[in-house]
Design a protein around this ligand. Structure first.
Ligand code: DNO
Length: 357
């Protein structure tokens, strides 16, 4: 496996050379944050980012994310233009040496939390999701709360301008159920995957976070069965996964090591987000530090599954708590994620030595 670390470009509070100092981290997971969703990522801008990253001795082989335009998810006629643009972006990224492109197919919202700054007993803060709060709030109110919670920092996947047109977008989703959304995903993949094959870019879908319906919107990448259905619908190894343990792990019925083994043996995991969380009630959880004893999931078993499938893809630590008075993008501070990166590599070393002897 190759350990990588998400970086938000020049607006990130974390300098690249700090990332370089985290033991074992070989590259960053990046994106162009100033290109509106649906437009082509210009080759020169990609190259500028790549050079910047490589000057610090790091690699840029994983992109998270090239977001999918809402018209593609809705299946509107205008999707053709956005799919063409997506293909052009794939080509440009490939020419810049990128290997994996992450995306998601969640309607309207990307990931969702109800509290971005929940205090924990040790004085750190973390992110929390409580579905009972979602049931009694309208989406606009929730967006306002989330915006306040970011304290002005970037929130990945949240495009505030787009969210301003919320009511209209909700209206458009009225007739889109799970089946229709799935068909729209397959339509997108059938067109894009042949180019991924041509340009040698692995496309990696990120599961829905949280893995259930919110505000009545359909969610289709939430468990082993629907992931398998999606992989089989366009049966190419270029149609793969950014397997996020945190997203899938919010549902206690998801067997995480089992999923790693299953999809790993199919050769379809290209990228993984490995983190822990604590389930505290029905559809209620908060994020924790990475180690097993801090949360619900057995990180040893998860990493062992990755080791046993001979995983050679990319892994990154994911949402961390805010510790040691750090201020920054919720979930994406330096300290707790750096601890996570080293912890995961510690598990990997121990597992590999045990297995070799
Ligand atoms: C949140 C992230 C997501 C993820 C996208 C992938 O922290 O895991 O925003 O990047 O869903 O497209």
């Amino acid at each position: 496996m190759k350990m990588v670390f998400r970086w938000y470009g020049e607006k990130d509070t974390i300098p690249l050379n700090f990332i370089k100092q985290i033991p074992g981290v070989v590259g960053i997971v990046g994106a162009l944050f100033d290109v509106p969703v649906g437009e082509v990522w210009p080759f020169d801008k990609i190259m500028k980012l790549k050079q910047r990253v490589e000057n610090e001795g790091l690699k840029l082989e994983v992109i998270e994310s090239v977001n999918v335009h809402e018209d593609i998810k809705l299946g509107l006629p205008s999707r053709e233009k956005y799919i063409d643009n997506y293909i052009k972006t794939i080509k440009n990224l490939s020419q810049a040496g990128v290997k994996v492109v992450t995306y998601n197919f969640m309607p309207i919202f990307d990931w969702l939390r109800t509290n971005l700054n929940k205090p924990l007993e040790d004085g750190s803060t973390t992110m929390e999701y409580d579905h009972s709060l979602i049931e009694n709030i309208n989406p606009n109110q929730l967006i306002e709360n989330v915006k306040k919670g970011t304290q002005g920092f970037i929130l990945p996947g949240w495009e505030w301008d787009r969210l301003e047109k919320l009511e209209k977008t909700f209206e458009m989703y009225k007739n889109i159920d799970e089946q229709k959304l799935f068909e729209n995903l397959v339509y997108f993949l059938e067109r894009v995957i042949p180019y991924c094959e041509k340009y040698d870019i692995k496309l990696a879908i990120h599961p829905d976070d949280p893995p259930w319906k919110i505000f009545g919107l359909p969610r289709i990448i939430t468990n082993k069965e629907n992931i398998e259905k999606m992989l089989k619908a366009v049966d190419s190894k270029y149609n793969g996964l950014a397997l996020c343990m945190g997203s899938l792990g919010a549902n206690p019925n998801n067997d995480l090591p089992g999923m790693v083994r299953h999809f790993g043996e199919m050769g379809r995991i290209h990228f993984a987000h490995v983190r822990n969380l604590k389930i505290t009630g029905k559809k209620k959880f908060h994020e924790t530090a990475h180690p097993t004893f801090c949360g619900t999931h057995d990180m040893y078993e998860i990493m062992k599954a990755f080791y046993e499938i001979g995983f050679e893809g990319y892994i990154r630590p994911d949402h961390g708590r805010m510790i040691w008075n750090e201020k920054g993008t919720p979930g994406y501070g330096l300290y707790d994620r750096a601890l996570g990166a080293v912890y995961l590599q510690g598990l990997w070393e121990a597992i590999s030595k045990r297995c070799e002897n």
